[in-house]
Design a protein around this ligand. Structure first.
Ligand code: 5RP
Length: 262
């Protein structure tokens, strides 16, 4: 069954599988968005079914909430839970300080709110997401639809005073129209190629009228779980400096691959 998955999917699965070891009975959990996070939701559902694990969760998108509920994972509103023990989410890039670019799945706003409302954030990624410096992946910025062209022009102007390599800004489209996020906003993708000072960029972007939030997650992630296509997994904890290598047995996971939802 595992032969049907690409090496990248196996890597995502391996990271997701290892990440649910961080979940303890009674925890309040944030569930991320994207293909890696979807694997994590499946692994969590398996633990709920097989081990009788009891958790309360908050989803970072409608997509994730639908998947979780379909698999029997209880989902609540953040306003009813308020504070979370742990959020597990994917990423588009992570650097050596575990700063991230997120929002490839257009869920960055809820993802940042949920991660910030959590005691700990664990990021799950395939090894290709690791970069020496952020910026090869276009930086998503969520903007209000009202006057978005003006907001775009302001962002372009602001980028001239910042340490980035490229300054192209494109609205993200869905069937020829600006894609709408769960919050009803648009996404502008900033093609910067290299971000010299992510902390400064994150602060400056959020001061531009019309910008709701940007996809830079600075000092939010605590642990990264990096998966490889052969099942090897590295866990890196930025606070303790600990690094741990393990292996996920992909052959023993055939049952979870059997009911692929995506
Ligand atoms: C969604 C995100 C995702 O976590 C990110 O795009 C990674 O996705 P995937 O796990 O599918 O590679 O930020 O907004």
């Amino acid at each position: 069954m595992t032969a049907e998955l690409s090496p990248i999917d196996k890597a995502k699965y391996a990271a997701a599988r290892r990440s649910v070891d961080f979940v303890e009975n009674g925890m309040k959990l944030g569930l991320g968005t994207g293909s890696t996070a979807a694997w994590m939701v499946r692994c969590l559902a398996e633990r709920i079914r097989n081990d009788g694990l009891k958790v309360t969760t908050v989803a970072t998108s409608k997509r994730t909430a639908d998947l979780a509920r379909d698999l029997g994972v209880p989902v609540m509103a953040l306003d009813d839970v308020r504070w979370l023990d742990l959020t597990i989410d994917g990423t588009d890039e992570f650097d050596p300080n575990l700063n991230l670019i997120k929002g490839g799945g257009a869920a960055l706003l809820q993802e940042k709110i949920v991660a910030t409302a959590s005691d700990r954030m664990v990021v799950i990624a395939d090894a290709a997401k690791e970069v020496a410096q952020l910026g090869a992946f276009p930086l998503p910025v969520e903007v209000i639809p009202f006057g978005w062209q003006t907001t775009k022009a302001l962002i372009e102007e602001t980028l001239f005073s910042l340490d980035v390599l490229n300054r192209e800004v494109k609205v993200r489209l869905n069937r020829g129209k600006p894609l709408k996020t769960d919050g009803g906003n648009y996404i502008l993708d900033l093609h910067l190629k290299r971000i010299g000072n992510p902390r400064q960029l994150a602060l400056v972007l959020n001061q531009i009228p019309g910008v709701v939030e940007n996809g830079l997650f600075i000092d939010i992630c605590d642990i990264v779980v990096i998966g490889n296509g052969d099942g090897r997994v590295t866990v890196r904890d930025i606070n303790s400096g600990r690094v741990e290598d393990t292996t996920v047995d992909l052959a023993q996971s055939a049952n979870i691959f059997a009911d692929l939802g995506e």
